[in-house]
Structures are given as structure tokens and as C-alpha cells.
Design a protein around this ligand. Structure first.
Ligand code: FPP
Ligand code: MG
Length: 332
């Protein structure tokens, strides 16, 4: 988090307060949970969701900063809970180069620790007296979409031949919905009119879509040292993402005997072997899957930036743009 917000000291300070609330919540837990969760909540993510809450909350004439920080903490705690669960689903040993809760304590304890974080986040939601800001219904809808998308992805594991619509629905649920909720909740703290809250919701959604597509691209071109990620992880786990779908689409234009990627993914037993994953990653790149996925990410980015530019508060619009630009170069 430290370097990421160097350009915005006020935001960075409030994010430190968000981190303090989360650590205090964990510190007030039973000693056993405290030990388990401390490293998970200190793992140094970019805190994008709380940053979006905090920035959007400043779009109005005035806003209650304590409330904005509390709401931002809720979004980060929900995200941290979902990561604890996601690492179990993925059997992930490390995240951002650090051992996961799952690796440290096993599935049973990791699932319960994630539940604990979620429970504490929801307690903060109910403590917000304002009816429309962190309305339980709105939060519940976003959480339900998160779960639905993960369930859908898991149920379809190993099926590489899905439509782009299915892919967009999945990433809309698993990533964009929480980004959208963050912007919407922030705009509500800032008491913006409903129409402008919806614009913020859309900014979060399109930003989230661009972010997840970019993350999926990194699975094909990523840099393990910088991102703590290895390429080909999604393929190995049987998860089709946009670069693959676009590469498969490109092969449909070719003669049947030349469709090497299609043949590779159809013929092999699941999970794919290491050799097959390496071959598939190379084929996706040669078929232009990465390039085409990048141009779709750019079109989401363009839509988000257009909405950001329409915001009346130019200072915050600039900060949102800067945040977005920083995200776009994280592979470098
Ligand atoms: C990471 O994405 C995963 C998510 C953003 C969502 C995970 C959601 C759940 C497990 C549903 C449960 C939700 C709650 C609130 C407890 P990824 O899998 O694309 O990225 P990765 O490479 O970091 O794993
Ligand atoms: Mg995952």
C-alpha cells in the first residue's frame, strides 16, 4: 500500500486509519483468531476498494470523514474475507508472495477465519445508521453476486469453451460488483444525488472489469518476481479467461487441422500437464489473445475515464484517474 498512494498523502493517511480499524477488529478477537488473522490482514494489498470509497465520498460538498473511513473498512474486510475463501478454493499456497491462511492453517481454519472477518464487516454495516449508504440489501446483493460467480466458475472448472458473455458475467460478479459497491457507498457517504451515485457505481463497475481483465492478462504475461504470480495458473486450474477465449475465437477462422490450441484443450486429460500449459500459454500469445484482451480492457478503461471526467469535482476526478493509471502499469 505504502508506495501506491505516494501521490495522494490525504488518501494515504485515511487508508492507514482503515488499516488501523481492521487491525483493531482482529486484535479484539479471541487470541487464537488474532494470531491466525494478523498476517492475513497485514499482507499489504493495494487497498483499492477502500480507496474508491474514500475518493468517491469526497465528491459531495461535505462528508463525514469518520463515516467514510468506517465504510471503507467494511469494503476491505469483505474483500479480505473473500480472499481467504478464494485461496482455499484455489488451493493457493501464496498470495502476493506471502503464505496464505490456507497454507498456514488448512482449509477448516481458513474458512472460519474468513467467516469471522465477514461477520465483523457486517457488524460495521449494521452500525451505520444511515439507511441508504451501506444498506444491507445493497451489500447482500454484491456478496451474493460474488458467491454466485465463484460457484459458477468452480462448477465450470475444466471447461475452456465458454462464451465471452459467460466470462464477462463471471468477472462482473467476482470483481466489478465490489468495485461498484465501493464507489456507490462512497458517493452515498458524500450525500450525492442518486443519479450521481449511479454514475459512481458505473465507474466502479467498468474500472473493476478493466482491472480483472488486466489481471487475467497477467496470468499469460505476468512477472512472478514483481507480482508473486506465476503464468499459466488459470489454465492449470481449468479456468478460461479472456485472452484464451479470444485466441480460441481466432482459431475458429483457421482450417480445422491448424487449430492447435483447440485440439490441445480438447484432447488432454484435466488438469493440464505443465507442458500443455506452457504450450497453451505460447499459443494464446501467438494467436493475439493477449493483445485483443488488452484492447477490450482499454475500452472498459475508456468508458470509466469518460464517466470520471464528467464528475463535477475535478480534483477527485484527477485522483481517480491517477489511481486508474497506476493500476494500468502494475505489470511493468
Ligand atoms: C480473487 O480473484 C477472488 C475474488 C475477487 C472473489 C472471491 C469470492 C469468493 C470466494 C466468494 C466468497 C465471498 C465472501 C465475501 C466470503 P481471482 O481468483 O481471479 O484471483 P487470484 O488469482 O488472486 O486468485
Ligand atoms: Mg482465485
Amino acid at each position: 500500500m505504502q508506495d501506491f498512494y505516494e501521490h495522494a498523502p490525504a488518501l494515504k493517511q485515511e487508508l492507514q486509519s482503515v488499516q488501523a480499524i481492521i487491525e483493531k477488529t482482529v486484535d479484539s478477537a479471541h487470541a487464537f483468531i488474532r494470531t491466525l488473522l494478523r498476517s492475513h490482514v497485514q499482507s499489504g494489498g493495494k487497498m483499492l476498494r477502500p480507496a474508491l470509497v474514500l475518493l468517491c465520498s469526497r465528491l459531495g460538498e461535505e462528508s463525514d470523514r469518520d463515516k467514510a473511513v468506517r465504510v471503507a473498512s467494511v469494503l476491505e474486510m469483505i474483500h479480505l474475507a473473500s480472499l481467504a475463501h478464494d485461496d482455499i478454493i484455489d488451493s493457493a499456497k501464496t498470495r502476493r508472495g506471502v503464505p496464505t491462511l490456507f497454507a498456514q492453517a488448512g482449509a477448516k481454519q481458513a474458512v472460519l477465519a474468513g467467516d469471522y472477518l465477514l461477520a465483523r464487516a457486517l457488524a460495521l454495516v449494521s452500525a451505520e445508521e444511515s439507511g441508504d449508504m451501506m444498506n444491507a440489501q445493497i451489500v447482500s446483493n454484491a456478496l451474493a453476486r460474488l458467491c454466485e460467480s465463484e460457484l459458477e466458475q468452480d462448477a465450470g472448472q475444466g471447461d475452456f469453451f465458454i462464451s465471452k458473455t459467460t466470462y464477462f458475467r463471471r468477472i462482473g460478479g467476482k470483481t466489478a460488483s465490489l468495485f461498484a459497491l465501493s464507489c456507490y457507498a462512497g458517493a452515498s457517504v458524500g450525500k450525492l444525488p442518486e443519479l450521481e451515485r449511479m454514475v459512481c457505481h458505473r465507474i466502479g463497475y467498468t474500472m473493476g472489469m478493466a482491472f480483472q481483465i488486466q489481471d487475467d492478462i497477467l496470468d499469460y504475461v505476468g512477472n512472478k518476481e514483481k507480482l508473486g504470480k506465476q503464468t499459466g495458473k488459470d489454465l492449470k486450474e481449468g479456468i478460461p479467461t479472456l485472452p484464451l477465449l479470444l485466441a480460441l475465437e481466432a482459431e475458429q477462422e483457421m482450417d480445422e487441422q491448424d487449430r492447435k490450441l483447440t485440439a490441445l484443450l480438447k484432447s488432454r486429460n484435466k488438469p493440464l500437464s505443465k507442458v500443455s500449459v506452457t504450450k497453451a500459454v505460447a499459443l494464446v500469445k501467438t494467436l493475439g489473445g493477449v493483445q485483443k484482451a488488452d484492447s477490450i480492457a482499454q475500452s472498459y478503461k475508456y468508458r470509466a475515464l469518460k464517466d470520471i471526467q464528467s464528475l463535477k469535482n475535478h480534483e477527485i476526478a484527477t485522483q481517480l484517474t491517477q489511481l486508474f493509471e497506476k493500476l494500468a502499469v502494475r505489470s511493468g
